[in-house]
Design a protein around this ligand. Sequence first.
Ligand SMILES: [Zn+2]
Length: 269
Amino acid sequence: MSIREIIDHDSARALRIGKYNKGLNTTTMAWRIGDTLIDSGPSNQWPSLKSFVIQEGVKKVLLTHHHEDHAGNGANILSELHLPIFAEEKAAACIRKGHSLKPYQKIVWGPSTPFQPQILISPFDAGGGHTLTPIAAPGHSDDLTCFLDKERGWLFAGDLYIADRLIYLRADENLSEMLQTLGKIKKLDFKTLFCAHRGVVEDGPAALGRKHAYLLELQENAKSLHSQGLSLRQITRNLLGKEDFTSFATGFHFCKKNLIKACLTNPAP
Ligand SMILES: [Zn+2]
């Protein structure tokens, strides 16, 4: 049932793991470049992640954000492999403090144990000639950081991209910040985007541009329907269809209505 897959791209290698294979969000990739692992996967897949870390000769771990499918194995890495783990200040603070998980998050990804990451120093030496520059990318989460390898034109994007078209939004995502971040990062000088769920995206700036344009259009359409007097429920059904299994299974923490509500309340054009 569990997914374990290796993905190679040039000198980068990813382990894709997940307890379930139900759409993009239920499996996560941990990318190894040089001697660094970027993100650590969910804690319920620890044996797979541990053997990958050992086989690949990973010497340090870098985290994009605190979510349980990215930082979930940090406590295991520290206690069993004794490798240093680095994160930007906001992510490190979230991870140190810990966060409570919804029932669906525990089922899909397992528990998330707080631990103490070190604060990364920019630029980050990832080994193997890879130097990474952290770029703040709030929106999906307040603490999301992307890592740019300027020399190769690679962007390790965590959960910034995932897809051109979102149909659900987490209750704690910030659409306004997401739009600002997409607008900023699509202009950066890079080619390949490494997404923690989608994998390798060859023309990263174009992909981020498509997502940015889609969200702006969705927002415009939602506001237009609202001005015609339609309710939140009607607008959601009209633009994204009825709520489905994902919405119900997550107790509406990750649902269509959240996205339309964010479109309607976002003051940006
Ligand atoms: Zn995330």
